[in-house]
Design a protein around this ligand. Structure first.
Ligand SMILES: Cc1ncc(COP(=O)(O)O)c(C=O)c1O
Length: 512
């Protein structure tokens, strides 16, 4: 391998310097076709950069057709003559995402565009830090629901069971067996068929997504993310070096026809939130679920279903997890206690096929050697003591009152043409303005009236859904909901006085 020299303070991204150095070496024949490149970990430590920097450089080189990876064998310089002869042969008449991805330059440009818009939106959201606002932006559980003394009680319970295990890394890197057994029992009572061996305990469900992101990179799986979505997940994938593709969803779930552009049999992982969707609040419909599973099986796509709101159904019949229909081989479930009890415990899980969970556990071990045994002991005591079920009973009623108050207030205050979803559980609902009106302009009107919410483009890696926005009701009191929605109604009426127009890239339209 040629020596690669980088300048850390040159202002040019490190992965670009590395990518360009390798590209130059390939084009000058210093690196020959068939030559194996060092492993990501070796190259990262030789050059003194992170693994994701090397992976990103490799991804661009691979998109340009200069290198290729084979699972289990490594990364090799490709034969450019063969590549060139491939290029002159008639291209298949398909407009798939892989065709687009092969153009390295435009993929770099789109990556930058996405990041730039994302940063601008974050700057806009700084306005929501003004003191005294009513916040419909936060998807946190209400801490007032946790009774005084519960944490002390369950912590004491946790020590009663066994103290010794908290001094070590824990009995298994998969997590405390008793906790996994308790979770399996609960999921099985909802229709799953799993054992403790199908569960990996993680630090929040966010870590479950991160672990799958690493494995997807290693296995050259493309990442597809339904959108709108909670941006934390595509960001977790992006941070590890994936270019996240998106497929749009409507109130019934992923739009099946939109999946066609991925019909090139390239292995992939598709993230979706089938229950009480964040941010739409609606469920994946049973028909779409079946169609999605059939498509995923045909196209070698694994599903990652986010069930973080599973225990927070306050209305309607309970539904079986997507895993029961899709099967464990190609479907993973991520979840946690963060929404249904407390974010601070950082206890989450990843559920899937036993062998695959074992393999994924190796990624987790490389990050943290296992989730904290003490926190797992506390989570176990919470579930076993009956405190969790008592909490859920209260929480479901509590959030239903807030949802009802929000819907009543919307009905009372919103002008004609504005629509919203009616979630049967979870924390969020999705509001749509008539076409041609921008939620970003509305955000600015609303802030002046003392209310904040999350504009649609903040819920999409590609920043669309300009006329929609997310309202979260979990951490606002019914009185705040009434007051806030009244003010928001006034802001909407002000916005709708203007004529509908194309809002442009800034999303401001005629606002200024
Ligand atoms: C839909 C969704 N999934 C996953 C997460 C990750 O949460 P945690 O890591 O606390 O489980 C969040 C956090 O807000 C979320 O909203």
């Amino acid at each position: 391998m040629i020596p690669i020299k980088i300048k850390k303070n040159s202002g040019e991204a490190l992965y670009v310097q590395i990518r360009d150095a390798i590209e130059k070496a390939i084009k000058n024949d210093e690196l020959k076709a068939g030559e194996q490149l060092p492993a990501v970990t070796t190259l990262a430590s030789d050059i003194g950069v992170t693994h994701s920097t090397i992976r990103r450089a490799f991804e661009d080189l691979s998109a340009q057709g200069l290198i290729g990876s084979h699972v289990g064998r490594g990364t090799f310089v490709l034969d450019r003559n063969k590549q060139a002869s491939k290029e002159v042969s008639p291209a298949p008449v398909k407009n798939t995402v892989s065709d687009y991805r092969s153009n390295g330059e435009s993929s770099t440009a789109t990556r930058r565009l996405r990041m730039g818009i994302s940063k601008s939106l974050e700057a806009l959201m700084e306005l929501a830090k003004r003191p005294g606002l009513i916040h419909f932006t936060s998807g946190m559980p209400d801490p007032a629901l946790i009774e005084n003394g519960v944490l002390e009680r369950i912590t004491k319970d946790a020590f009663k069971t066994s103290e010794g295990q908290y001094y070590t890394y824990g009995e298994s890197p998969l997590g405390l067996k008793a906790l996994r057994e308790e979770l399996a029992k609960r999921f099985n009572s909802d229709g799953m068929d799993i054992t403790a061996a199908n569960i990996l305990i993680t630090n929040g469900s966010q870590q479950a997504a991160s672990i799958l992101a690493q494995s997807a990179l290693e296995n050259r799986q493309r990442i597809i993310c339904e959108t709108p979505c909670w941006l934390g997940i595509p960001r977790a994938f992006g941070a590890i070096g994936h270019w996240v593709e998106t497929v749009t969803r409507d109130k019934g779930g992923v739009i099946i026809e939109k999946l066609e552009r991925f019909n090139d049999n390239h292995p992939a992982l598709l993230y979706l939130c089938p229950e009480f969707h964040h941010p739409m609040g609606t469920d994946l419909s049973p028909d779409r679920q079946t169609q999605l599973i059939n498509w995923a099986n045909e196209q070698r796509v694994d599903l990652l279903a986010d069930q973080i709101f599973h225990d927070l159904r306050f209305e309607g019949p309970s539904r079986k997890s997507i895993l029961t229909e899709a099967g464990k081989k190609s479907c993973f479930i991520m979840g946690s206690l963060s929404k249904s009890f407390m974010v601070g415990l950082r206890i989450g899980w990843l559920i899937g096929d036993e062998e695959r969970i074992k393999a994924l556990c190796a990624f987790k071990r490389s990050i943290d050697l296992g989730s904290p045994p003490l926190m797992q002991g506390i989570a176990l005591a919470l579930l076993k003591s009956g405190e969790y079920d008592a909490h859920l009973k209260k929480a479901r009623k509590h959030y239903k009152v807030r949802r009802d108050t929000m819907i009543e207030s919307l009905e009372k205050n919103m002008p004609e043409g504005v629509t919203w979803t009616r979630p049967n559980g979870g924390f969020h609902m999705w509001v749509e303005l008539p076409r041609g009106y921008s939620s970003i302009a509305l955000f600015l009107h609303a802030i002046e009236r003392g209310v904040a919410f999350s504009p649609g483009p903040m819920q999409d890696p590609d920043h669309r859904f300009i006329n929609a926005f997310r309202l979260s009701y979990s951490s606002v009191t019914p009185d705040q909901v009434k007051k806030g929605i009244k003010a928001l109604g006034e802001a909407v009426k002000e916005l709708l006085k203007g004529t509908p127009s194309e809002p442009g890239l800034s999303g401001l339209g005629d606002f200024i």
